[in-house]
Design a protein around this ligand. Structure first.
Ligand SMILES: NC(=O)c1ccc[n+]([C@@H]2O[C@H](COP(=O)([O-])OP(=O)(O)OC[C@H]3O[C@@H](n4cnc5c(N)ncnc54)[C@H](O)[C@@H]3O)[C@@H](O)[C@H]2O)c1
Length: 425
């Protein structure tokens, strides 16, 4: 295969698939395929609802967008970036991934390479995806088509760690395929790590986020203990971090579709093979309970101000993390839902990133444009969006009533303003 003649289809054009398709289209002909009609309509107009790409990056001449899966027939490389969530019981929901494999299978021609970038548990590419593709294509793995796995590490909202400058792990089912992927990915990414097998690459991805989840759970647990001891967790961390081998993690809400989800893929597989994970699930449980813990802590703070009276509350930030517009599986949103059930609370939500029309349509949640002056009994900082980092105390004070309090779960205002009415976690 000549490298200039490669045609690539990227299946699933979300946070992972779209930047990848755009970067590859600087060197290859790329088709972006997505099942969402709305997404394709938007992309054809040069609009990226994930806010990752600029108009010109979408409107590349060698990049086309379609809802028509038959384009896969023309490709020699297919890259799969569809979601891999969990269901209500935290069991991996691989229905979207299986659907994508079915579509690929139906449209597969011989000699195609299929690379999965969706996060999966070790073994899923070769055991589940391979079977689905064989079933619908009637072709044979390793004879008629090859597989690869290359986990994605992008971090929405992060302007430093981007696709092009972070090391990317690649793997394949044979060396020839691996060398092919090295050339293709090597065009857009400076540093590649060639993993020993597909299973190794799958496992590496899943433990990256699991490690982070466990470490955050540890500092979250510390924050609960130190709060009871009346010691500021952030002051403790600042002191402990002066030791050369102390790991830096902050307490907080773990949501989104990676760190809060991926550990369940690993524990699911572990249980399947007869091992009951201990550390991973207890970390997960602790992080999941943090929203309720912070809610109760906030109620406690408000008790000083007579809870039987109506209270106006302003929430700053509703997305699952800072500087991005994604509110799926967002813990700040969970916090909002707990507050809004309280009969005495009137809650206003502000977030500079979310699509106000979309969130109103799907969750019936109205996001205010500007907080009213002198209105609020309490302000809660839930997400460290850069706009909030820039606020000065005078501005913050304008929103509150005379004796307002601030609950700052990110230690931003608390650290900066050092005021008696600001509390942290
Ligand atoms: N978002 C991140 O920061 C991130 C980082 C690393 C890894 N991942 C992993 O990458 C994968 C994709 O995540 P994402 O955040 O880009 O998801 P996303 O929800 O932003 O986008 C997925 C896209 O896939 C489309 N889709 C769903 N089923 C499809 C199908 N059968 N065929 C074609 N298109 C289909 C959806 O319409 C959507 O546009 C997941 O496994 C996730 O865990 C995500």
């Amino acid at each position: 295969m000549k490298y200039g003649n490669i045609k690539i289809t990227v299946v699933g054009l979300g946070y992972v698939g779209l930047p990848l398709a755009s970067a590859l289209s600087n060197y290859y002909d790329v088709v972006g395929y997505d099942t969402s009609k709305k997404k394709i309509l938007e992309l054809n107009k040069g609009i990226d609802s994930t806010n990752q790409l600029k108009y010109l990056e979408i409107k590349n001449k060698r990049l086309m967008f379609t809802n028509n899966p038959s384009e896969i027939k023309e490709s020699n490389l297919v890259i799969v970036t569809v979601p891999t969530p969990v269901d209500k019981k935290n069991i991996p929901d691989i229905s979207l991934l299986k659907n994508a494999c079915k579509t690929i299978g139906i449209n597969l021609k011989k000699k195609t390479i299929i690379v999965f970038e969706s996060t999966v548990y070790p073994g899923m590419t070769e055991e589940i995806c391979r079977k689905e593709i064989e079933k619908y294509s009637k072709l044979k793995w390793k004879k008629d088509f090859n597989l690869g796995y290359s986990p994605e590490r992008i971090n929405p909202g992060d302007k430093i760690h981007k696709l092009e400058n972070i090391t990317k792990v690649i793997s394949a089912d044979d060396d020839k395929t691996l060398q092919f992927l090295k050339k293709v990915y090597g065009k857009i990414i400076k540093k590649l790590h060639l993993a020993e097998s597909i299973k190794v690459a799958e496992a590496a991805k899943i433990i990256e986020n699991t490690q982070r989840d466990i470490n955050i759970a540890f500092v979250n647990e510390l924050s609960v203990i130190f709060s009871k001891l009346n010691i500021n967790i952030y002051d403790v961390l600042k002191a402990a971090e002066t030791k050369w081998n102390f790991l830096k993690f902050e307490p907080g809400l773990v949501g989104g579709h990676c760190i809060g989800v991926d550990p369940y893929y690993l524990t699911y597989k572990a249980k399947q093979i007869g091992y009951a994970p201990k550390i991973i699930l207890s970390g997960r449980k602790l992080n999941d309970n943090m929203t309720r813990y912070l809610y109760l802590k906030f109620l406690n703070l408000l008790k000083r101000k007579n809870l039987n009276k109506k209270k106006n509350i302003l929430l700053l930030g509703i997305t699952f993390k800072e500087n991005c517009n994604d509110y799926r599986n967002s813990k700040p949103l969970e916090f909002y839902k707990l507050l809004s059930k309280h009969k005495n609370f009137k809650v206003d939500v502000h977030d500079p990133f979310v699509d106000k029309r979309e969130i109103k349509k799907y969750l019936n949640l109205k996001i205010i444009r500007t907080p009213a002056k002198n209105k609020y009994d309490a302000v809660v900082l839930l997400v460290k969006h850069h706009q909030y980092n820039k606020l000065n105390y005078k501005k913050l004070e304008q929103f509150g009533k005379k004796d307002f309090i601030v609950f700052d779960i990110k230690n931003t205002f608390f650290k900066k303003f050092k005021k008696d009415n600001i509390f942290t976690i």
